[in-house]
Design a protein around this ligand. Structure first.
Ligand code: IPM
Ligand code: MG
Length: 365
């Protein structure tokens, strides 16, 4: 007899379209739970603008505590125009960075896979993007996002000087490097490390450590690119990439470029993982305040984030595959939200997409 496993999941719906897409994700998770004998205990917590409005802080202590006590965290999106002019400590983004630091989520996995259904949605030519399947492994708790000193300081002349520091220790490079080599090993065995070693000392150390690590992963083929060239290669010939590993800022930029290869950022999930403890699973896209509350949002990236949570956070790969399969099925059936709409397809809103996903989940019974 199958025993039921219980998982505590913290839900962070956040701002903008967050609550709408989260609702779809939760209904998918509940159904998949019934199918695989998994029980989910959900608790909702505040982050981002909605947290600022309620408590004055973008990541209240009790939200972080709730996350720390759970098996995994499902996050939707944060931010909006309303909070853009607040001091940095009270911005939604600061809450997200606090969550990453607070949970020690140093490894951020951002897949960019092109689905045959959506090839026409890419801004690049079919022959360039067909077959693209890239995993960007971004370092997430170090580098210039967190390095000290930082701030805006007054010089003796009265002029102001803004400072951020790009810094990595050897151990920080090694731990993200190991995640990247392990990831590449499970994929096509090719890893490209991206840095700016021709100019930056921190990047030279990065390159030296990644090169040294490669001796322990002789089955993985390692290459190096400077970040400017990597940006160019991503749009020139993206199929050359399998797994990319890079620092926090370069990863932020390159993962957006990789996402756009696939046509819709509304389709892409991500996983942020630490050494141990709960991971955070969230779509790559933002809170899209311009369409919030209008039932127009594409919930598929959120649903694919559920799949990443099942796979990387809860070690339930079969349930994860089934969720992924349900997404492919609704696309096969022709359902499209506005962002991925093309001729002769069936337009649906966020809620209806959720309903057809539940139907698709029944397909394999
Ligand atoms: C991302 C976002 C964040 C980042 C912002 C919202 C802080 O752009 O997750 O890529 O810069 O890391
Ligand atoms: Mg970004």
């Amino acid at each position: 007899m199958n025993t039921t496993r219980t998982y505590r999941i913290t839900l962070l719906p956040g701002d903008g379209i967050g609550p709408e897409i989260m609702q779809v994700a939760v209904s998918v998770l509940q159904r998949i739970g019934q199918q695989y004998n998994l029980q989910f205990e959900f608790q909702e917590a505040l982050i981002g603008g909605i947290a600022i409005d309620a408590t004055g802080e973008p990541l209240p202590g009790e939200s972080l505590a709730a996350c720390l006590q759970s098996d995994a965290v499902l996050l939707a999106a944060i931010g909006g125009y309303k909070w853009d002019d607040l001091p940095r400590a009270q911005r939604p983004e600061t809450g997200l960075l606090g969550l990453r630091a607070g949970l020690g989520l140093f490894a951020n996995l951002r897949p960019a896979t092109i689905l045959p259904h959506l090839i026409e949605a890419s801004s690049l030519k079919r022959e360039v993007v067909e077959g693209v399947d890239i995993m960007v492994v971004r370092e997430l708790t170090g580098g210039i996002y967190f390095g000290q000193p930082k701030g805006v300081f007054a010089l003796e002349t009265g002029e102001k000087r803004g400072v951020n520091t790009m810094a990595y220790t050897e151990s920080e490079i090694d731990r993200i490097g190991r995640v990247a080599f392990e990831t590449a090993r499970k994929r096509q065995g090719r890893l490209c490390s991206v840095d700016k070693a021709n100019v930056l000392d921190v990047s030279q150390l990065w390159r030296d450590r990644i090169t040294a690590l490669a001796t322990s992963y002789s089955d993985v083929e390692l290459s190096h690119l400077y970040v400017d060239n990597a940006a160019m290669q991503l749009v020139r010939w993206p199929r050359q990439f399998d797994t990319i590993v890079t620092g926090n800022l370069f990863g932020d930029i390159l993962s957006d470029a990789a996402a756009m290869l696939t046509g819709s950022i509304g389709m892409l999930p991500s996983a942020s993982l630490g050494e141990s403890g709960p991971g955070v699973f969230e779509p790559v896209h933002g809170s899209a305040p311009d369409i919030a509350g209008q039932d127009k949002a594409n919930p598929l990236a959120q649903v694919l984030s559920v799949a990443m949570m099942l796979r990387y956070g809860l070690d339930q790969p079969e349930a994860a595959s089934r969720v992924e399969q349900s997404v492919l099925t609704v696309l096969d059936w022709g359902y499209r939200t506005g962002d991925i709409m093309s001729e002769a397809m069936k337009p649906v809103g966020c809620q209806e997409m959720g309903e057809v996903l539940l139907k698709a989940l029944e397909e394999f019974n």
